[in-house]
Design a protein. Structure first.
Length: 172
């Protein structure tokens, strides 16, 4: 599925959609662990490989971040916070092995991003330059060379998602 609705306590949260990402619960009754595939849909992630090439497989672990008082940005559909800017507690509490879970993506509700979301581990399926389809150069923290295997060079980033129905557009 490219989008999930997650019952978390007394609320329903959304997760996704993201260009090229498709998620599958490891157990259909439990959305705390997901597997995923990521395709180069519309050559969104790299110009090195053809459209719709399988770029990544991986897993995602549902996490409730501790409320530290950090002011989560909300100005765009997806709002990045790099590890060096994020509360240490959030970065230190990611799943083990910590050097493999480098990307957090939040869920959202009708008001925007929430502190629940998934820590994601990417495993490269091919060699390519992750350059957001040519939109990012070597000076970007997102830009890196991917090789087959666990991508330990993936950007150390936490993304807070306002949701596809936000005023900021959808699926990007």
């Amino acid at each position: 599925m490219d989008q999930l609705d997650i019952q978390l306590k007394d609320r329903v949260l959304g997760f996704g959609p993201f260009v090229g990402y498709y998620f599958k619960p490891e157990n259909p009754e439990d959305l705390t662990r997901l597997s995923f595939v990521c395709f180069n849909e519309d050559r969104f992630y790299t110009r090195d490989l053809p459209e719709n090439t399988l770029l990544f497989e991986g897993d995602a672990v549902l996490t409730q971040l501790t409320d530290t008082g950090f002011d989560v940005p909300t100005q765009n559909r997806i709002n990045p916070v790099f590890f060096e800017e994020a509360p240490r507690k959030w970065v230190n509490d990611r799943p083990r092995p910590r050097d493999e879970y480098l990307h957090f993506h939040s869920c959202y509700d009708g008001l925007g991003p929430v502190l629940a979301g998934y820590w994601i581990r990417h495993q490269g399926n091919a060699s390519f330059t992750y350059d957001m389809g040519g939109r990012m150069g070597p000076d970007s923290p997102l830009y890196h060379e991917v090789r087959p295997g666990i991508d330990k060079q993936f950007a150390k980033i936490m993304e807070f998602d306002a949701g596809p129905d936000s005023r900021h557009g959808s699926k990007d």
